[in-house]
Design a protein around this ligand. Structure first.
Ligand code: NAD
Ligand code: TYD
Length: 340
């Protein structure tokens, strides 16, 4: 079995590469990644010498490079993690989101059509469903919830999802789609909530909480997401969408307080800043379909996962300190410099 994993130098993609190489020692895993600001080759250093692993630096929108890789490797499957993934960046500059997330997906699927494939899997997000009210804890996203996006990021992901399902119907491409809730864990890029708060707290810098910190996300440990995708590509039905989430809703302020407590830092570091434009209120996944059909259940409880994640950031300071000392500094100054 040969699998092309796009975006494998990013957060979830790299965790998926590790999961697959570990669990299937006879599989060949090819990582195709452009190494944007979010991709890090150092993340993959422990697998670079693995004879079953190959890294290829390329853009998923580059038809020639994608076709060449298909000719060389004759993949059985493609799992597409490659994306621009940060909502705040999409609000500043939507264009690259449309290019990578939509055109890149089409380019990969065109190669799948041309060369043949057993499965094309699209890694999507619960954000395609928009948001839920905070005061309706009885409401959840199911696979039947209408697509209703809020940000350029989620709109680009929704566009890609629709295209994937259209390629199934029109060309009979054997596709599947997973829509997961917020992930956390090792190698999470420090622009995202949990690693950003850990890094700032360790440096005794202000913790910028948007609005009142009341927005709710449904957090899943990254390894649980990787297991879900593994199950879907092997046992999931072609043409189907699977929601992935572990019923673990937390408000942002609760998370930030937990991180401070775990690190022994004072709550006085919390700073409320201007809210995100169009900020989604609440995400909450109903994972009944994947549990029922594929027997998937989350294994890591949030309290354990958060402790493991914090420990990882403490033990791997060089990984994230190198990131935040580079061009990330300009990003941080632009996004948070005069945000009141
Ligand atoms: P990430 O930003 O950490 O990593 C993205 C990776 O894609 C990087 O390695 C980057 O170099 C690569 N990439 C970007 N543009 C590319 C291009 N044009 N060609 C090739 N490679 C390119 O993202 P992540 O958080 O790991 O998310 C991975 C996927 O999972 C995304 O599709 C995202 O929408 C989805 N998702 C993320 C979450 C989450 O909580 N992080 C939740 C649900 C779904
Ligand atoms: P984020 O990690 O960007 O994920 P997403 O927007 O895709 O859910 O943000 C998670 C939540 O944390 C979201 O409600 C926005 C909030 N947030 C802050 O309050 N401060 C921050 O500095 C960041 C990055 C996010």
């Amino acid at each position: 079995m040969t699998i092309i994993v796009t975006g494998g130098a990013g957060f979830i993609g790299s965790n998926f590469v590790f999961h697959m190489l570990n669990k299937y020692p006879d599989y060949r895993i090819i990582c195709l990644d452009k190494l944007t600001y979010a991709g890090n080759l150092s993340t993959l250093k422990t697998v670079m010498d693995n004879p079953n692993f190959r890294f290829v630096k390329a853009d998923i929108c580059d038809r020639e490079a994608v076709n060449k890789l298909f000719e060389e490797e004759k993949p059985d499957m493609v799992v597409n993690f490659a994306a621009e993934s940060h909502v705040d960046r999409s609000i500043e500059d939507p264009e690259v989101f449309l290019r990578t997330n939509i055109l890149g997906t089409a380019t990969l699927m065109d190669a799948c059509r041309k060369y043949g494939i057993k499965r094309y899997h699209q890694v999507s997000t619960d954000e395609v469903y928009g948001d839920l009210p905070i005061d309706r804890p009885d409401m959840f996203f199911t696979e039947e919830t209408p697509i209703k996006t809020s940000s350029p990021y989620s709109s680009s992901k929704a566009g890609a999802d629709l295209l994937v399902l259209a390629y199934h119907r029109t060309y009979n491409l054997p596709v599947s789609v997973s829509r997961c809730s917020n992930n956390y864990g090792p190698y999470h890029f420090p622009e995202k909530l949990i690693p950003l708060m850990i890094a700032n707290a360790l440096a005794d810098k202000p913790l910028p909480v948007y609005g009142k910190g009341e927005n709710i996300r449904d957090w899943l440990y990254v390894e649980d997401h990787c297991r879900a995708i593994d199950l879907i590509i092997h046992n999931g039905k072609v043409g189907e969408v699977y929601n992935v989430g572990g019923h673990n809703e937390m408000s942002n302020i609760e998370i930030v307080k937990l991180i401070l407590k775990e690190l022994g830092k004072p709550e006085s570091l919390i700073t409320f800043v201007a809210d995100r434009k169009g900020h989604d209120l609440r995400y909450a996944i109903d994972p009944a379909k994947i549990s029922r059909e594929l027997g998937w259940l989350p294994e890591t409880k949030f309290c354990d996962g958060l402790k493991k994640t914090i420990k990882w950031y403490l033990e791997n300071r060089e990984w994230w300190q190198e990131i935040i000392s580079g061009e990330y500094k300009d990003y941080y100054a632009k996004m948070y410099g005069d945000r009141k």
